[in-house]
Design a binder for this molecule. Sequence first.
Ligand SMILES: Cc1cc2nc3c(=O)[nH]c(=O)nc-3n(C[C@H](O)[C@H](O)[C@H](O)COP(=O)(O)O)c2cc1C
Ligand SMILES: [Fe+2]
Ligand SMILES: [Fe+2]
Length: 398
Amino acid sequence: MRPVEIKKGVYWVGVVDWNIRTFHGNTYSTKRGTTYNSYLIIDEKVTLIDGVPGSFAGEQIGRIREIVPVEKIDYIVVNHIEPDHSGGLPELMKLCPKAKLFGTAKSKEGLARMYYTDWGLQAVKTGDKLNIGKRNLTFIEAPMIHWPDSMFTYCAEEELLLPNDAFGQHYATSERFDDETDQCALMDEAGKYYANILWPLGGMIARKIDEILKMNISIKMIAPSHGIIWRRDPMKIINSYISWTKNETRPKVVVIFETMWGSTDMMARKITEGLTDGGVEVKLFDITRSDRSEVNSQMLDAKCFVFGSSTHDNGMLSTMAGFLEFLNGLKPKGRIGAAFGSYGWAGGAVPALENFFKEAGIEQALPSIAVKYIPDENELKRCYEMGVELAKKITGKA
Ligand SMILES: Cc1cc2nc3c(=O)[nH]c(=O)nc-3n(C[C@H](O)[C@H](O)[C@H](O)COP(=O)(O)O)c2cc1C
Ligand SMILES: [Fe+2]
Ligand SMILES: [Fe+2]
């Protein structure tokens, strides 16, 4: 693939990783692959912004060489040190050892711990400007969006914001721009990225977006470090982020359960029927057979979470417990919930689920339903009614 000129003299020199299927270990499924976007600005000072993983360094260097000898790079802006953006640096720095690096103080500290090499990175702060010839780059620190070292780079002359991981998506495509690609897939992946990585950081993201909007800078293009570049409508992703940071929800319910012999499954299906007949959108997942990061993205706009587990050794089943550990880290706010499950003698799963709701600050909307062994007709009716009641509460008809 040739480099793509995204603005006059500004080139995409990243890499499309079509076949990556998990990210961050196994915490994030990347069914549509991903891209590592890197941008080369040809000016008096040849400047590279963002990088690629070590395994793709050669491909990136080849792409840069189609535009300029890689040895000619003067400046490298490190917006984020995570290995998917910094892994190629050691190989690149061998070819252009005199290149000057810019990043936050935290990125200097982090790179030292990752590569045990001092590339003499110059630490910059919010508002610092770097003149590269006809253009100026302004740095905006973005701590904890999503790592302590994260930073955005803005180029006023190009009305271009380079926010690294923010506004990105794990989405491998032959197209580079928002107006060229499938909108459903694009927003699906953007939401999944937010839900799985940025959700717990919503407060900080809201403040950062506010700060940037108050700077009154013109943003005609947002070029993140993963996925598609926003040029047709950069406000589309900013407005989506604003809504997600507010934890805005819809009358939608996600029912998640784990079962051994199927009783909890029967209950889950009845609750789901009640919710459906109550007129709300429902998604039902057996967590042992579901992709956890896809489940998380379904929860992003759901008002209500319904969790079920049968009792195993006095507590809930372990896949469900593992899922709740992840969910707890995502810190969902403003949700209501309900719990259910089957048990054999002393129980334990339902109280454990109730405890999760309490600790996570999720308001339990209805009393839980715990059933001994196999639910009878009456108990299944109670499950159905739980669904109907929850639907009423969500739609405000209760
Ligand atoms: C999505 C994500 C969230 C993280 N959250 C934290 C965190 O809350 N606190 C922390 O100290 N490190 C956090 N880290 C940093 C990792 O713990 C760090 O990169 C570590 O070196 C990874 O070790 P590993 O290579 O064994 O997975 C996070 C990393 C990622 C990718
Ligand atoms: Fe990252
Ligand atoms: Fe990244």
